[in-house]
Write a protein that binds this ligand. Sequence first.
Ligand code: AVJ
Ligand code: FE
Length: 379
Amino acid sequence: MIDRFLRIRQNSEQLCKPLLIEDYSLQASEFVSPPKWHLAHSTWFWEEFVLTKYDENYVLYDEDFHFLFNSYYNNVGKRVLRPARGLMSRPSVAEVYSYRKYVTDAVITFLNTNPSKAILAVVEIGINHEEQHQELLVYDIKYILGNQPTFPAYQDRFKTKVETHAADFFKIDAGLYEIGHQEQGFCFDNELESHKVYVNDFEIRNTLVTNQEYFDFILAGGYQNFNFWHDDGWSWINSNKIEAPLYWYKIDGEWWNYTLNGLEKVVPDVPVMHISFYEAFAYSEWKGCRLPTEFEWEIASDKFQWGQLWEWTNSAYLAYPGFSKSPGALGEYNGKFMVNQMILRGGSVATPEGHSRKTYRNFFPPDMRWQFSGLRLAK
Ligand code: AVJ
Ligand code: FE
C-alpha cells in the first residue's frame, strides 16, 4: 500500500514536469481547473479524509487550505467556488509542492502504524481519487495549451492508435444479465449494487468511429441538419457555432487538430475524439444506428478492445437500484451528481494503468467534450 501510494503521488507530479511555472495557475475555462489546483486538491483529500480523521498526531499544514482546496463537499464547509480557482496566484507553485511533500510524508508515517481495514478502504479511495485527477490534469493541460495562439506541445504520450481491425458489427443474444461490480477489489460506490437487467438482441461494433467516418458526417452536412439532433444539442451547436470536434481547425481548406504533441493534420484512421454526447448521438442518427446503453456496453465489453477513449452511451447517469450514499462528506463523491449527466464507459489513453474496469461508470454533462471521449455504434 505504501509503495502504491508513493507511486501515485509521484505520478501526479510527473505529469506536470513539462509545464512552465506560468502554466500552473491558469483556468482557461470554468470547467477547467489549474494544474496547481489539482496538485493541491488531491493533497487536501488525504488531509481531509485520512489524516485529520484518523491520525491523532497530525498537524494541519495550513488552515486556509481547508477552504482553498475543497472542491465540492458541502459537508466539509465553505470553499473557493469552481470558477474562482484560476484567481489564486497564492499559494505559489513551490508552496503547493511543499504541501504535497508534507502530506505525503505524514500519510506514509501514518500507514506505518498499521491502520484498520476500514481506514485502508479510505486510503484506497484516496488513491483512486488522485488517479482520477491525473486524468483530469491531462484534459486540463491540453485545454490550457491548446487554446494558446502558438499551440505548444505538451509531451509525446497519450496517443490513440490506428484501428487495425476492419469495422464490423457482432451480435449479442437477448437475455437477463448481471450488471454492476461483483468481483473482489476496489470499485466506486456508483458501480454497486449488482442487479439483473434484461436486454433485447442487439448488435455492437468492434471498433470506434474514426476521424474519416466522422469527417464524412461533416461533409454530408451533419451539423446543418436539425433532424439528427436533440433540441438541446441543436441549440448548443448553433449558439456556440460548432461544426467539428473540439480542437479541429480548418486551415487553407485542410483539417488540422491540436494534439498533445502540437498542431497536426487530422489522422483519418484513429478514433474521433473530443466530441460531446450531442455529437455522438447526431452521428449515430445520421448512420441509422444508435449509441449502446451502458448495460449493452458492459455485456458486450469482453468481446472488443476498449480503453483508447471513453465511450458515450445512451444511458443517463442514475443510481442503480439499491444504491445508497455513504454517510458524511464521502457520500457526496458520486451520488449527488446523478442528474443531467450521461454515462461513458471504458477508459482512455489518459486513464492511469489499472484504474478502470468494465463496470466503471464515468459521467459528464452532454455538452462537455474536453475529456477524451469517442463513440461506438450499436443497433
Ligand atoms: C468522474 C471524472 C466526473 O471530474 O468530478 C474527481 C472525478 N471526483 N474528484 C469529476 C472526481 C472527485 C469526476 N468524474
Ligand atoms: Fe476531486
